[in-house]
Ligand binder design. Structure first.
Ligand code: NOJ
Length: 554
């Protein structure tokens, strides 16, 4: 491995949603000691960085993404000592630890907002984004502009009777946006970040980071509907998302991180937009910003070789080395990848092969490695607040047909550890906070660990090979374009070592050459195949439908 590369350039991230990972005290809710007790699963799987979704003090109306105190732990998850133990124990096992920072907003119950809302002239009056708006006919208060929330249907402004003013809430109504133009707020947030860095955390995932700064003059967004990352938008968020000032905040945060051992701490942005825009978070006008940005396109893309090739080509173009693309195929907000792929485990194996061998940082969401699927939960039973905003009158038969889950509970059900009642997540007989998928009896960590053909063991094999093969971690990527429509082939090369990856995403068998280059005395030998039916004769790879192979070219 080249010595000058920072650890995060070749890491593999595993996202834990703390409420659903492991319940150590039998209350049906996952917690920090539960995560600590299952760190060996991460080590055994071969991931290298643990990302923990928010566990800070919160009324939990958006499952922790509505923070009430950034410096403390929600009691149902544990204590500050548990958070410290999590960092230390993970480090002891060779894992890096990333926490989840919600810098854009707080809970409406945060004492800062309670104070800010209480009058127009209190010490925190300016810590949130307040605006007068205007009065319509009959004296009705009207918001200052046309901005819509990131959920599209609701507007981005909420009325406060106390101040007789509007406050900005980019996401849900109970998540008021912080005012990053206020120097005191900024200083407090940077100090809070220093506190966690001082406790040893290796970096942060930055929630909804592209919305932190908005147009200061509050000018209207362009009313033209558009798409962003495959999702429809009712207006073009030209004044609210990815503004120039956002890129500047990225640089300021980087400077705070760099106070701690230079390049060692990592910032990963949850940002949306075309790759050419997202790149500016990493490097804008040549000053460094975030280290990585999630690339979410695979969450919406149909399972198609042609589509994937186009995406990979685009990411390689916008994030050439030493920049590092960060691939995501699943997270706590979007449909489970296996469900998107029709429950077809062969396809999930192909997806795993691509994710673990593409150039960049792969991100896995807990349960992806065992093939967890969406657990259908009707909108009326949702704990997630989103259905109450965007789907109040949507009939259930239609909801069921949607490719994306409006009720995010469906992708957040408890981790399936064992076949027992409670799935090893909680004690048998304890009602879990969300229902456990009935397929846990066969699809769970314990059962899959003993099955050499399981998805879990396929991920383990892929990640072990990646760890043992510097070319797969940091080698260059050469994507072939002269392949059959249903095929993907690329080569990873470092210091003269070449590893080829070929996949057939179609429903018919394909024969694909292992490499573009003339073999000239070299040989192609399978390192890993997703299915025993994959064969290599001479340099030709015979791929049954929905299979992949990782091949050494020597
Ligand atoms: C993005 C997070 O991933 C999501 O779960 C959350 O609801 C919103 N940001 C608001 O913080």
């Amino acid at each position: 491995m080249p010595d000058d590369l920072p650890w995060w350039a070749s890491t593999v991230i595993y996202q834990v949603y703390p409420r659903s990972f492991a319940d150590s005290n039998g209350d049906g809710i996952g917690d920090l000691p539960g995560i600590i007790g299952h760190l060996d699963h991460l080590v055994d799987l071969g991931v290298e960085t643990l990302w923990v979704s928010p566990f800070f003090d919160s009324p939990q109306h958006d499952v922790g993404y509505d923070v009430r105190n950034f410096r403390d732990v929600a009691p149902e998850y544990g204590t500050l000592d548990d958070a410290q133990a999590l960092i230390d124990e993970a480090h002891g096992k060779g894992l890096k630890v990333m926490f989840d920072l919600v810098l854009n907003h707080t809970s409406e119950d945060h004492p800062w907002f309670v104070e800010s809302r209480s009058s127009r002239d209190n010490p925190k009056a300016d810590w949130y984004v307040w605006a007068d708006g205007y009065r319509g006919r009959g004296g009705q208060p009207k918001p200052p502009n046309n901005w819509r929330s990131e959920l599209q249907l609701p507007r981005a402004w909420q009325w406060s009777e106390e101040r007789e003013q509007w406050y900005l809430a980019t996401f849900l109504w109970f998540q008021p946006d912080l005012n990053w133009r206020n120097p005191e707020l900024r200083a407090e947030m940077f100090d809070m970040i220093r506190m966690w860095l001082g406790r040893g955390v290796d970096g942060f995932r930055l929630d909804i980071f592209g919305s932190i700064m908005h147009d200061e003059a509050l000018r209207d967004n362009d009313p033209k509907p558009t798409f962003m990352n495959g999702m429809p938008r009712l207006q073009t968020p030209s004044r609210t998302v990815n503004t120039d000032e956002n890129f500047a905040v990225a640089g300021d945060l980087r400077a705070v991180c760099d106070e701690f051992e230079g390049d060692d701490r990592v910032l990963i942005g949850e940002v949306f937009g075309p790759p050419s825009t997202l790149r500016r978070y990493i490097e804008d006008q040549s000053h460094p910003g975030l280290h990585l940005v999630f690339l979410f396109e695979f969450l919406s893309a149909p399972y198609s070789a042609k589509r994937y090739r186009t995406l990979i080509e685009g990411f390689e173009h916008e994030f050439p080395a030493p920049l590092v693309p960060t691939y995501v195929v699943e997270n706590h907000d979007r449909a489970r990848s296996l469900s998107r792929m029709g429950g077809d485990l062969a396809r999930a194996r192909v997806m795993a092969a691509l994710l673990c061998t593409l150039r960049g940082v792969p991100t896995l969401y807990m349960g992806q490695e065992i093939g967890m699927e969406n657990t259908y939960i009707p909108l009326a039973d949702a704990n997630d607040p989103i259905p109450s905003v965007v789907a109040r009158r949507l009939p259930e038969w239609l909801n069921k047909k949607l490719p994306e889950r409006l009720n995010r509970d469906e992708v957040r059900t408890p981790m399936q550890w064992t076949a027992e009642p409670g799935a090893g997540f909680t004690d048998p007989g304890v009602p879990p906070w969300l229902p456990i998928h009935e397929n846990h009896r066969t699809r769970n960590v314990a059962t899959e660990r003993d099955d050499p053909g399981s998805l879990l063991n396929w991920y383990r094999d892929l990640l072990a090979l990646r760890k043992a093969t510097p070319a797969l971690q940091v080698g260059s990527l050469d994507l072939a374009t002269d392949v059959p429509d249903d095929a993907i082939r690329f080569e990873r090369t470092l210091d003269g070592t070449t590893v080829a990856v070929v996949a057939n995403l179609g429903d018919r068998s394909l024969v694909v050459p292992a490499t573009n280059a003339v073999l000239g005395g070299r040989t192609a030998a399978a390192l890993l195949v997703s299915d025993p039916g994959v064969t290599i004769a001479d340099h030709l790879v015979d791929l049954p439908p929905n299979t992949a192979a990782v091949i050494s070219i020597t």
